[in-house]
Every structure is written in C-alpha cells, then in structure tokens.
Design a protein around this ligand. Structure first.
Ligand code: PEP
Ligand code: MN
Length: 338
C-alpha cells in the first residue's frame, strides 16, 4: 500500500501517519519527493483496511497494491483451474459450448432442442426452470417440473445440464438435478446465495452483474470459494452502457483481464451480452478469439414463440454454423471446440 500525503503536509503529520502504520504491526517507509511525500507500507499479508489511515490529517490518497481477493487470484494458483463436470472439462484446451433455450417451456421443446445441441457437438444443455424476470407477470419458469425435463434431456442425449438457482429457497433442489448451478447476473452480489452455492457440492457458473466491475465479479467468486467450493466458472454476460444497438455491451476485454488476474475459467454469453440474434455468432467468434474457455448461447427451434428472450435466440442452423466457426477460431489458438 502507498499512502500519498498532501503537498502541504508537515513533518509532524507524516510522522503521525508512520506511527499509526507501525501500530498496525506494519512498516512505514517515507519516500520524499520534490512536491510531496509518499509512505510505502510493507509487512502485510492481506489487503490493509485503510479506513482509519484515510482520515488522518495530511493524507491525500491511499493506493492499494495487494488485491482484496485471495483464493480466486492468479497468485494463489499460477496454473489454470480446470473444472471437471463429469468428464467435460472447462478451462482446458477444449472450448466448451453450453446451449439451449432461455426457459424450459415443455418436454417436447427441450427434447427437440436437446437433440440439436447434442448433434452439433455442444456438451452442455442450458435451460431455465426458475427464471429471474423483470416483470412479475412474465413467465417465471416451470420450477421442479422444468428440472425433471432437464434431467430427461441429460439422460436421452448424454449432455450435462446447467440451470439457474434464483434464491436460497430452491438451490438445494436445483443441485439435486443440475450438473452446474448457475448464479445469474441479478444475484452476483446476493451474498447469502453465494455462500450457499459455496456449500452445495456442485460446480457454479457465476455470471457477472450487469453493472459490476471485474474486481466486484472476482470478489463474488471469492465468496463461493471461501466456503470451500473451488469449482467456479466465471461468465462474462455484458454490462449496461449507453449503447442502444444492443441490450448490453459484451465486455470482451474482461476476458484477458480475468485470465491475467485469476486462475478460474471464464466463458462468454453473447446472447444476453448483446440481446440480438444477429450479433450472437460474431461475438461468439470474438469471445473465443479473446481467450474464452467456453460459450453460453440461447437457441430455440421456434424463436418467435419463445416464452422468454426470443429476440436473442439463435436457430438450430445458426448453432451448427456457430460450432464450425468457433472451432476454426479455437484451432488458431491451439484449442478445439467439439
Ligand atoms: C439467463 O441465463 O437466462 C439469464 C437470465 O442470464 P443473466 O442472469 O445473465 O441475465
Ligand atoms: Mn435468457
């Protein structure tokens, strides 16, 4: 940590700050510049709580060098974490595609889409049985009935299942059926849900909050890991910006940034990231080019009649094209897809 003093700070003020640092069991190293003095602080094992020091007279700014997260940090684990979902490895050399409808609508719908997902080589079927909708009057999902349908798709097509747990009330039930538990963007900072996800014993797909910084995103993952669950897959799903050509702005720069600062795998969701079907294929290619370990895409055999997110659902034909194009991009980087 570096404490930057005001240019008008007196020798007494600087000495007082150094004494306060030492009271915390740390070492203070004043660095006298031509305009101002900065105090380097060493000896800490974790990020220092700087609230007290901020308030001392003469302190202008405090710059943290130690990251607030530990378990998710690259420093903790220099090699990449690979999350093994019953033989499907996320974070390794294969780019893993998770595809399916936004909502589980019926057994027929899921079996039809599941057949396509398996045929094109995607390994994981996604579908929401519990839906976090903006309006309480919109379709909220089929609940446990939807989970049973997902289990049927898994059995019939030998796919893994990812589905969302919207609250602590349903998370145990969701864990009974799902191979991966999704925590949605709206719940990224629902700390009681994150803690429960950390104890549930299934891999967690954690989506970035729609206005979360990458640091806040990694802190949310830290909550899950701190409870003992180290199988966390991050998902960049776009953030809110002023852009009005898309529903969200898929933050592709977050992918290499996360790869540098964390060992966890990160996938991209160009469906929610753009909200428009014509942008899903280009952004899928771009996300894989940026280093994404996988993709989460919404697909529907009849998008016009979809009960949620029809505007961003790609068709089965588009999914087949996506798989081919993404595989070609992956190969440039020494990876494969399907
Ligand atoms: C979803 O995956 O269907 C979903 C609701 O996503 P998000 O939480 O990213 O909005
Ligand atoms: Mn959706």
């Amino acid at each position: 940590m570096l404490i930057v003093m005001e240019s008008s700070a007196t020798r007494d003020m600087i000495d007082k700050v150094c004494r306060e640092v030492e009271k915390l069991g740390l070492e203070a190293h004043p660095i006298v510049g031509s305009l101002r003095t900065a105090i380097g602080v060493t000896g800490n094992k974790a990020r220092i709580d700087s609230d007290r020091l901020c308030n001392l007279v003469g302190v202008q700014d405090i710059i943290h060098i130690t990251k607030p997260y530990k378990l998710v940090s690259r420093e903790t684990s220099p090699s990449d974490t690979v999350v093994d979902v019953g033989g499907v490895r996320i974070g390794g050399s294969e780019v893993v595609v998770m595809a399916g409808p936004c909502s589980v609508e019926s057994r027929e719908q899921c079996l039809e889409i599941g057949e396509v997902v398996a045929r094109v080589g995607a390994k994981i079927f996604r579908g929401g049985a519990y839906k976090p909708r903006t309006s309480p009057y919109s379709f909220q999902g089929l609940g446990e009935e939807g989970l049973k349908i997902l289990a049927d798709v898994r059995d019939k097509y030998n796919l893994k299942i990812v589905t969302e747990a919207v609250d602590t009330e349903v998370i145990d039930l969701v864990a009974d059926y799902a191979d991966i538990i999704q925590i949605g963007a709206r719940n990224m900072q629902n700390y009681s849900l994150l803690k429960r996800a950390g104890r549930v014993g299934k891999p967690v797909l954690l989506k970035r909050g729609m206005s979360a910084t990458v640091e806040e995103f990694l802190m949310a993952a830290e909550y899950v890991m701190a409870e003992g669950n180290h199988n966390v897959i991050l998902c960049e799903r776009g953030v809110r910006t002023f852009a009005d050509h898309a529903r969200n702005t898929l933050d592709l720069a977050a992918i290499p940034h996360v790869k540098r600062t964390s060992h966890l795998p990160i996938i991209a969701d160009p469906s929610h990231g753009t909200g428009r079907k014509d942008k899903v294929l280009p952004l899928s290619r771009a996300a894989v080019a940026a280093g994404a370990d996988g993709l989460l895409v919404e697909v529907h055999h009849n998008p016009v009649d979809a009960l949620s997110d029809g505007r961003q659902a790609i068709t089965p034909d588009m999914l087949a094209t996506l798989m081919k194009e993404v595989d070609a991009v992956a190969r440039v980087l020494g990876r494969t897809c399907a």
